[in-house]
Design a protein around this ligand. Sequence first.
Ligand code: NAD
Length: 374
Amino acid sequence: MGAEPFFDMHKIYMTPGDGIGPEVMDATRRVMGWYSQNRNFAFDSQEGPIGGAAYEATGTPDPDQTMADAKAADAVFLGAVGGPQWDSLPYDKKPERGLLRIRKELGAFANLRPAICFDALKDASSLKPEIVSGLDILIVRELTGGVYFGEPKGTTVLPDGQKRAVDTQVYTSSEIERIIRAAFELARLRNKRLASAEKSNVMMTGILWREIANHLHKTEFQDVELTHILADNCAMQLVRNPKQFDVIVTDNLFGDVLSDEAAQLTGSIGMLPSASLGARKGEYLPALYEPIHGSAPDIAGKDLANPIASILSFAMCLRYSFERREDAALLDKAVETVLQEGYRTGDIMQPGMNKVGTSAMTSTILKALDRLAV
Ligand code: NAD
């Protein structure tokens, strides 16, 4: 047996963050270990702090070293940031600054959030099973522009003593074009239907967004069906008839809200991974992979967190960054299998099922991988 070929070595950076972040990251690390032992997946991993943990260790939630190490990696895994102990810090010291900066530094402009309802969990949704059963939609959210980053931003005191706060929604045509192009390309790999959600009835950025979507459709993507939908109507349609959608593309703010809404359709926020893709760098699509949930301080450190969102973010990494589609499908299948077998963490617990903690759920998934891989 010769040495591993060079191109199989993936450089991975892990930044667990706060609350349940370290617990779910540990689960992902165990799954990566399984792939390295069983599927010729060699990785060189490094770890560093972000968010509240970084603030405690270094005085800043977004250390330059973390950013530099993340940028040097082929893929970055993040747990979650935040917690009530840091709520009263000034804006530039809040844990969320770390999250916003790492996304920006990685140039990760396209946030992919699949909302898939596993058949075994169709009764766990707050919607009727027939509305969510078989649901498989992808929300593509613009991640590095819009109102979270636009200037001016700030709070001033007016002459009459009132405070005035400003956030600015701003998009350039190139920022809009690259996210809509990415969404068209993803729709092409799926059911070739793209819904573009904005507020072109009341927002200038919405008008530009729609204009660019139409132009790209006409010039490059006529094989994909394009529909426009106002973001507020999209929010309503997601609970009325979510299966009408295939891929939804939207801006940073609307995407934040719509993707959390879509998450709830599937039963639990603890089930959903995300990928944030940047521009291709050589062989890799360097990207940030993270569960969509937060740091869940209410259950942190108790072995209660559902690790599936984080584990499935590794499946997304295999699929998008490393183009190992079969390996990604194997992991998706292992998760589906343990759910069918009745294993549940507390957030997705149903009567008659087998309740397990973070660590036991991970072990069960590893055992399913062992069985499915033979
Ligand atoms: P949250 O996602 O942390 O928790 C919402 C609810 O879902 C809680 O009841 C929690 O226990 C539960 N939950 C979340 N993930 C779970 C999992 N894997 N397994 C089981 N249950 C899970 O959102 P929140 O309570 O609004 O925010 C808590 C903190 O997280 C805040 O500081 C917030 O700013 C931060 N946050 C961070 C991110 C991120 O890092 N990407 C995202 C959202 C919120």
